[in-house]
Structures are given as structure tokens and as C-alpha cells.
Design a protein around this ligand. Structure first.
Ligand code: NAP
Length: 454
């Protein structure tokens, strides 16, 4: 069984029967069979169904936000915004898939040659609980618009979201087996990847899961896209609008109770503005109303699971043992549920979990540096390379740092890092490989075919 456990209370909300091995094989066979028809449907037909899906998402956003709050503690406003973003990605690929995948003529000695983009078959999505709708839709919308079919193995703590997503596809009028959810644990992923009909796998999750899935996919010579962890640096330079930067930094750290791969995690602040930044940042972090995700007043809910909260607290304690100092937070509150308070650690140095590892919760690592050059060096001194942001009033200089000097898949100037259907999303170094979203995302799971006519 898989259980939905409300992280605000620790109580089981609902339990879901897992699929058996035979059940999984039968679903994959059906999804594969459907691909043979689905691959030759028109973009117009697929697009119409995607638009239906986006309308249904919008009309049910409150109910779906409630489901997320119940299973993983997301506050209502953030849940509604997540569902609206899912609707956006459906509409975006409905509108653009055809032009993204249009044949491209190439001049050669032959009478005609061109590049054609053909679907591959059934693609597996292995997805995390932190944005339980968005992560799935940003994988599924381009994959399905390209003519593939998809199966989802969602995180074991959000089976309700997994089942709901399959139902949404059905309700939108997609043929029965274009998109199916598998209710299985991670132990069954190997068997799914090895099924002959599975032609590729897209995983969003931890580095450990990424290594395991990439190893299996590699041994089967199947393509994979990996969207893994991050420890995004936010650089505050001496000419930054410090008050504004502190506000943006705090909200980028606390979004989704700090459980975002592109959450701001390391705040690298130059000497001249360090005291002012810390004062404003602490004020903004303290202003968060953390509480029941169902309460309209709450701006931050509990973390998704108690074990994850305890793991985060251990990283905080280890960092303190090694010399980090707590400015605010840092203690597990005396209340039921997986709550953790907004926390700031300063004097963060190499060798501490707060410097070297991803802190997947509302904990900020603040690092003081002498100047811009040191800020860039510290920003890049990480195994991760997902996102980065730089705050400066010299936007030309900021642009140069973002483009040329920061080692990350997405670099923002004077704003927090955000995913957007129009922009490629993905990381370098141990944050993964491949890209989702935009024209790049839809080309990950297609056969880029050369056609030459003599
Ligand atoms: P996780 O434990 O790696 O789980 C992610 C998914 O992988 C779940 O469906 C999980 O299934 C499955 N999984 C775990 N271990 C596996 C294995 N050995 N083989 C096959 N599947 C496996 O990650 P999480 O705790 O849910 O999510 C947090 C992590 O995801 C963070 O590191 C975060 O930065 C990263 N993330 C990255 C992005 C991005 O776009 N780069 C976006 C969001 C999150 P079970 O639940 O059944 O274990």
C-alpha cells in the first residue's frame, strides 16, 4: 500500500493499493499499443486535448491545491499557482509543438534532404513530491504533444496526486492509455526501465535516485534526462538594492517550505553590504507565517515528511558543530507535524553540510566574502549547477556575470530563479543533464531523423 499522510498532523488520509508486477507490465503493454495510433494523430488533435486539459486544471485548481496541501503540506495559494502553471504549460505546447517539430530542410547534393522529428514510443517519468503537479506536467505535456505516450512513477508519498493526474487526462478526452500512473515503489523502477516498450526515462529527484536510474538506463542503452538537486547561490554585490534583494532572497528561500530544487540556498554577500543585508534578510525570513497549510494566513506550511525534516535538522546541527552560527530558527518547534522554522546560518564554510550539500527546507546559508571576484569563486565552488542569481544595480555587469561567469543552467539578474515554459530548464555538474521546457525540452524524446531523397 502507499499512504497519503498529512504532514501537518501525521495522520493517514487515504491508502492506495500498489500495482503488482503483472499489473505494471499489462499497463505498459497497453500504453505501448496506444502509441502506435497516437503517434500518427495530428498536432491539431493533440493540441485540442491539451487545451481541454488546461481548462479542466483551471476549473479544478482549488480542489487540486487542497489535495497537495493534504499530501505534502503546500499552502493553498502556492498550490493554486502551481495548477495555473500546469495549465500554462499545456497551452504552451498545444500552441507551439507543431512549429517546434516542423521539418527542417537542409541543403545537400541530393534532390531533397531534411530533418524530421518523430516520436520514440512510451517514456517513463519518475517524479518527486515537491511540486507534485508541475513536475509531471512539464514532463508530460511536451512528451505527449511530440507523439509519445507516457507512464508515471510518482513519489510514494503523493499517490493521490498521481491518481488525480491520470484522471485529469482521461477527463480531458485523451485516449485511455496515452498517459497512465503506476502506483509502485522505487524498487520496481528497474523492471519498468527494462521493459522493451520503454524508450526513455525522465527523472526529477535526488542525486542518489539519478545515479541509480542513469545506471539502469545506461545498461539498457536507453536515453535519460536527469533533473537533480541544486544549491543555488544568490550573490549580493556592493551596489545591490539590498532591501529589495533581501525580500526576493527570503521568498526564494521559503517558497514551498524551502523544498524547491531552484530554491535560493547559499547567500553570498560582499563585505560592504553584509550587515545591512543580514538585518533585512532576517526581518523578511522572520515575517513568514508558518502554520497549517489549510489556514489562509499561512505563507509556509510544514515540510512534506517528518523524516525529511529530521534529516534537514541533522544538517543544521552538523553545520553548527563545525562553526556555523544560528541567526534565527534552528530548532524543531514543539508542535505536531513536520514543521521546521525559517532558519539562517552564518559563518558557513567548506566542510559544513550547509556549504557542501543541498539543504532541502527553509534554511539559508549566509557566506561573507571580500568582493565580487570571491563571490563568483564561492558561487562556483559547488558540485551543483542548477540555478544562480546576482543582485547589482549595474545590470550590464550583472548580465556579464550571469552569462559568462556563473556555472549554472539558469542565471537571473536582480530576480529569483524561476522555471518558465518558454525557457530551457536543467542543470550542469551533478544537477543533471538534458533540458526540459521550451523548444529544447520537446526535442529530448524524439528521433531527430535525417531524410535524404536522391
Ligand atoms: P527522490 O527521493 O530522489 O525521489 C524522486 C523520485 O525518484 C520518486 O519518485 C522516488 O520514488 C524515486 N526514486 C528514489 N530513489 C530511486 C531509485 N533508487 N531508483 C528509482 N527511483 C527512485 O527525491 P525527492 O526527495 O522526492 O525530491 C527531492 C530532490 O529532488 C531534491 O534533491 C531536489 O533538488 C530534486 N528536485 C530537482 C528538480 C529539478 O528540476 N532539477 C526539481 C524538483 C526536485 P519513491 O518516492 O518511491 O522513493
Amino acid at each position: 500500500m502507499q499512504h497519503s499522510i498529512n504532514p501537518a498532523t501525521g495522520k493517514i488520509v487515504k491508502s492506495y493499493e500498489q500495482h503488482t508486477k503483472e499489473g505494471v507490465v499489462s499497463i505498459i503493454n497497453s500504453v505501448d499499443k496506444t502509441w502506435h495510433h497516437w503517434r500518427s494523430t495530428s498536432f491539431m488533435f493533440r493540441g485540442q486535448l491539451m487545451h481541454n486539459l488546461s481548462s479542466i486544471l483551471r476549473s479544478r485548481k482549488e480542489e487540486l491545491a487542497f489535495l497537495m496541501a493534504q499530501e505534502m503540506g503546500k499552502v493553498k495559494n502556492e498550490g493554486i499557482a502551481e495548477i495555473e502553471k500546469c495549465a500554462w504549460v499545456c497551452d504552451y505546447y498545444a500552441a507551439h509543438a507543431e512549429s517546434f517539430l516542423e521539418n527542417e530542410p537542409i541543403e545537400t547534393e541530393a534532390s531533397k534532404s531534411f530533418v524530421s522529428y518523430q516520436s520514440l514510443g512510451t517514456i517513463l517519468g519518475v517524479m518527486p513530491w515537491n511540486f507534485p503537479f508541475w513536475q509531471v506536467f512539464r514532463f508530460a505535456a511536451p512528451t505527449i504533444m511530440a507523439g509519445n505516450t507516457a507512464v508515471l512513477k510518482h513519489a510514494s508519498n503523493v499517490p493521490g496526486c498521481s491518481v488525480a493526474i491520470e484522471e485529469l487526462f482521461r477527463e480531458a478526452g485523451f485516449p485511455e492509455n496515452v498517459f497512465r500512473s503506476l502506483i509502485i515503489g522505487s524498487g520496481m523502477v528497474e523492471g519498468v526501465i527494462k521493459h522493451k516498450a520503454i524508450k526513455g526515462v525522465s527523472l526529477t529527484g535526488s542525486n542518489a535516485a539519478g545515479k541509480s536510474v542513469a545506471t539502469i538506463a545506461g545498461s539498457e542503452l536507453k536515453k535519460c534526462v536527469l533533473e537533480l538537486g541544486g544549491s543555488d547561490p544568490y550573490l549580493i554585490l556592493k551596489d545591490a538594492d539590498v532591501e529589495k534583494a533581501a525580500k526576493i532572497c527570503a521568498s526564494a528561500r521559503l517558497l514551498n517550505a524551502g523544498q524547491s530544487c531552484i530554491g535560493a540556498k547559499r547567500f553570498i554577500v560582499v563585505n560592504e553590504v553584509y550587515p545591512k543585508f543580514l538585518e533585512h534578510f532576517a526581518h523578511e525570513m522572520n515575517a513568514a507565517q508558518f502554520g497549517d497549510p489549510f489556514d489562509e494566513e499561512s505563507t509556509m506550511g510544514p515540510m512534506a515528511r517528518e523524516d525529511l525534516r529530521d534529516e534537514l535538522h541533522k544538517q543544521v546541527l552538523d553545520s553548527i558543530k563545525k562553526g556555523a552560527e544560528v541567526i534565527i530558527g534552528g530548532e524543531i518547534p514543539h508542535r505536531k507535524g513536520a514543521y521546521y522554522p525559517p532558519t539562517i546560518l552564518e559563518h558557513v564554510k567548506p566542510g559544513m553540510p550547509a556549504y557542501d550539500e543541498e539543504l532541502f527546507g527553509p534554511v539559508a546559508s549566509v557566506i561573507r566574502v571580500a568582493d565580487e571576484q570571491e563571490a563568483i569563486k564561492v558561487a562556483n565552488d559547488s558540485d551543483f549547477g542548477l540555478g544562480a542569481a546576482v543582485f547589482t544595480s549595474n545590470t550590464k555587469r550583472g548580465e556579464n556575470i550571469a552569462e559568462m561567469q556563473l556555472e549554472a543552467g539558469a542565471c537571473f539578474v536582480n530576480d529569483s530563479v524561476k522555471s518558465d515554459p518558454r525557457l530551457p530548464f536543467g542543470g550542469i555538474k551533478t544537477s543533471g543533464f538534458g533540458r526540459e521546457l521550451s523548444v529544447y525540452g520537446i526535442k529530448e524524446f524524439v528521433n531527430i531523423k535525417a531524410v535524404v531523397v536522391k
